[in-house]
Design a protein around this ligand. Structure first.
Ligand code: UDP
Length: 355
């Protein structure tokens, strides 16, 4: 029988791409989402791409522990991938309590209930934001975490710690805090630290759907190209980088999704070397904002209206991954080219405009 993977926040941008890759790799998927930051567009896209009309969808909030319990009572879950969280840096600065409550409570509920239902393999979607402004580049998993500069970033660090501590504490499977059954079990965990996910599925049926004005670079670029925004502001051209603009490691969302499949397989096939593991998920290649804009123009044959603007507060100058550990231990490597990725982002924006 196929192993079943619960994807919390599975109707969102990354969760929908991960659901597709899991299904195509032969896993059964249960998608749970409260639709607080997305609609059913991507979930419908997942069904279309995979040809699977029968994917269970549960509309629920992981802050509601009873709902989490019901979910685990209904389905036997072999692994969980946890995406359900708020993710806007600026909003988290304005609304810290909302972020701490939502992002921490939902994850603790998940672990507590999973632990009480015979244990589970838990994959947490972490972020390169935990490295802050790194002293050395590229960053490896051993690079120190820096104090977070936003409540959002802090929730990523705290959730990593919650997972690590739960793995260590519940290794024997026993404890007094479990919720659900008389057979508590161990938690095993992997945290994947994403660099900058961009792009869309080659089918153009799923992609990023920002609400309101996008904060992230690529949705802002595609919305400018399609005419929804007048002009892209490039935040800062006086940074100590080769062309003065910030450098990031832009990872194709389908490549990123595949890393999850490799990580799930590693957990389910008992290949983990430690019960809690951390992997960088990036390409290992830095790209500046200006390089990315030029690549977007070239591959899509258009000219983008952009101008240089003041630096954005809180931006790190440069960060990119050393993905060696993921390459070697997960057997995963980023494969899609920047051109393919930027073409897919543009195809998705055009698909949205046609709808
Ligand atoms: N950026 C920009 N204009 C925008 C949005 C982003 O110049 O409208 C820059 C931002 O300053 C950073 C890079 O693009 O250097 C990536 O930003 P994004 O918000 O996509 O991801 P982050 O690295 O901040 O998580």
């Amino acid at each position: 029988m196929a192993k079943r993977v619960l994807v919390s926040g599975g109707a969102g941008y990354i969760g929908s791409h991960v659901s597709v890759e899991l299904i195509e790799a032969g896993y059964d998927v249960v998608v749970a989402d409260n639709l607080s930051n997305c609609d059913m567009t991507c979930f419908e896209g997942v069904k279309k791409i995979t040809g699977r009309e029968d994917i269970p969808f549960i509309k629920m909030d992981f802050c509601d522990i009873k709902a989490v319990e019901n979910l685990f009572d209904e389905f036997k879950i072999d692994a969980v991938i946890h995406f359900a969280a708020f993710k806007a840096v600026g909003e988290s600065v304005a609304e810290p309590i909302m972020y701490y409550k939502n992002n921490l409570e939902s994850f603790m509920n998940l672990i507590q209930v999973a632990h009480g239902h015979g244990g589970c393999n838990v994959l947490f979607s972490s972020s390169a934001t935990v490295y802050g402004e790194p002293d050395e580049l590229p960053v490896t998993e051993k690079s120190p975490r820096q104090s977070a500069t936003s409540p959002y970033g802090n929730t990523k660090q705290i959730c990593e710690d919650i997972l690590r501590d739960s793995v260590n504490a519940y290794v024997t499977g026993d404890s007094t805090v479990h919720i659900g059954s008389d057979r508590p079990g161990p938690i095993k965990g992997i945290a994947l630290r994403y660099f900058n996910p961009i792009g869309a599925h080659p089918s153009a049926l799923i992609g990023e759907l920002p609400r309101g004005v996008p904060n992230n670079l690529v949705p802002f670029i595609t919305q400018t190209a399609i005419g929804k925004r007048d002009c892209l502001n490039i935040f800062g051209n006086d940074y100590p980088t080769p062309d003065g603009t910030c450098q990031r490691d832009y990872i194709d969302v389908v490549d990123l999704a595949k890393a999850h499949v490799h990580a799930v397989r590693r957990m389910l096939e008992g290949k983990m070397e430690n019960d809690y593991e951390v992997f960088n998920v990036g390409t290992g290649k830095p790209l500046s904002v200006l390089e990315l804009v030029k690549a977007f123009e070239k591959v899509n044959g258009l000219s983008l209206n952009y101008k240089f603007a003041p630096r954005r507060p809180g931006d790190v100058v440069a960060i990119w991954a050393d993905p060696t550990l993921a390459n070697e231990k997960l057997g995963w490597k980023a494969e899609r080219t920047t051109e393919q990725t930027l073409a897919s982002a543009w195809a998705w924006e055009k698909h949205l405009a046609d709808k």
